[in-house]
Design a binder for this molecule. Structure first.
Ligand SMILES: [Zn+2]
Length: 454
């Protein structure tokens, strides 16, 4: 075995050196591979085109001339993060609720920010303008546009006079369907399927009682049956345990938010496991509603500042805005929701329920692409997951939720999407914020976020 790996490496390098594109050898780094395995020191990674061709223990063989060698001694490498729940084209600075914001340039601005922060794959979970979304997805899949790779849930299916709230997300009719009958719901699913959607989204919530109606079970049952007949999976926006339980029993595939009104019970846990339902906690969402008004110390760090557009930074510095948020009746509700969400995540994780990764970043101006995902990792550790467990959820498991077998871990044959960090996040999750470089498809696409302009 001792001779086996160096021989393999030399063969691969020679093959690459005589091919169209020389391989890159990355050596010296500690690697956290995304599987939950402990870090390995001094790992050599060979990047051949857009994927890893070799991942092995420290190897020292003579490199063919022309081989590019990158030395990351002292750094830690983790896979690029995968978001199962974000949104593109809904916000810009402090602006939101304007269908005109859903344009290619604005979406790419956000996707570049996600990528600079190490989130190399993003799922825009509904409210997508198909005319913009699908060409953009095609270009990003092909590496013909700069930003996080993109998947999505087409328009998504809401409720007439209900969720998502029209005043919060003023979506155009080309971004959202609000079917009134099961027939209309099936037609909406068929249209999304015909456009080539990755997933179907439904909104089942009354936004803390602020909306007069919730989606009727007959509508979501029609959506789930029609989607499954087209081999599409359904992700549901939920808040309450009772709605979540009913959806799980009715065969929904993904809960796109955590349960936040009460602790999950054993019956719910059993149902999640029996159906194999995925769970995305979105812990950052409720914290983002109040935390910036308190100005925690991390808001003064470059890692945060470089994710915040100027208009939003001005709002965060505005004393009147901060007082308004601090005194708003929604703040204690959001604090309690975060706490319940953390406790439920820990209970479901420990029970072996399938956990995905997402933040709902991009849905409102306070949910900040890139920053939100690192904050989510920190909150998962607050909730009681270990750093390695949290990283596995945000990489391997998040890719599994999307059915992507080509990414999410650092292993032979997988896409070379990865983040180079100063420090070791298996010891302190905060180290994921110390980004030295981001690589996507085998190419370094950015350095420290200190050079990023939002
Ligand atoms: Zn969302």
């Amino acid at each position: 075995m001792a001779f086996h790996r160096p021989l393999l490496l030399a063969t691969a390098l020679l093959a690459a050196a005589t091919g169209a594109q020389a391989a890159t050898v990355i050596r010296g780094a500690r690697v956290i591979d995304g599987t939950g395995a402990p870090p390995r020191d001094d790992v050599t990674l060979v990047v051949d085109g857009d994927h890893f061709s070799i991942v092995g223990p420290g190897l020292r063989v003579k490199m063919p001339d022309g081989t590019r060698v990158v030395d990351y001694t002292g750094k830690t490498i983790i896979p690029g993060l995968v978001s199962d729940h974000g949104h593109i084209g809904l916000v810009d600075g402090t602006k939101s609720g304007q269908p005109a914001l859903y344009n290619r340039d604005n979406a790419l601005r956000q996707l570049r920010q996600w990528r600079a922060y190490g989130v190399t794959t993003v799922t825009s979970l509904g409210l997508n303008n198909a005319d913009v979304f699908y060409p953009l997805r095609t270009d990003l899949h092909a590496g013909k546009a700069e930003g996080a790779d993109l998947f999505g849930a087409d328009h998504g299916i809401g409720v007439p006079n209900g969720a998502p709230p029209a005043k919060m997300m003023q979506a155009g009719t080309n971004q959202l369907d609000r079917p009134a009958t099961p027939d209309e719901a099936r037609a909406a699913v068929d249209a999304a399927a015909a456009r080539g959607t990755d997933l179907i989204k439904v909104w089942v919530d009354d936004f803390n009682g602020s909306l007069p109606v919730k989606m009727k079970p007959e509508i979501w049952r029609a959506v789930i049956a029609e989607a499954h007949s087209k081999h599409l999976r359904v992700a549901a926006h939920i808040y309450y345990l009772a709605d979540a339980r009913q959806l799980v029993d009715d065969g929904v595939d993904i809960l796109a938010h955590g349960v936040r009104d009460k602790p999950v019970d054993q019956g719910f846990i059993d149902a999640m496991k029996q159906h194999g339902t995925w769970y995305i906690a979105t812990l950052d969402l409720n914290e983002a509603a109040f935390i910036y008004a308190r100005h925690p110390a991390w808001m003064d760090q470059p890692f945060f500042a470089h994710a915040v557009q100027p208009a939003l930074a001005t709002q965060f510095a505005d004393g009147a805005w901060r007082d308004k948020v601090q005194n708003d009746g929604s703040t204690p509700v959001n604090e309690a929701a975060l706490k319940t969400n953390e406790q439920n995540l820990k209970a479901l994780y420990d029970a072996g329920v399938k956990i995905g990764f997402g933040t709902d970043a991009g849905a409102t101006p306070l949910r900040i692409p890139g920053f939100a995902e690192h904050r989510e990792l920190a909150l998962m550790v607050d909730a009681g997951l270990t750093p390695l467990q949290s990283i596995q959820v945000a990489t391997q498991r998040a890719a599994e939720l999307l059915g992507l077998e080509d990414r999410g871990v650092i292993a032979n044959g997988k896409r070379a999407d990865f983040i180079v960090l100063d420090g070791d996040p298996s010891r302190d999750i905060e180290a994921t914020t110390h980004i030295r470089a981001v690589w996507q498809r085998g190419v370094q696409v950015s350095g420290s976020v200190d050079t990023f302009t939002p």
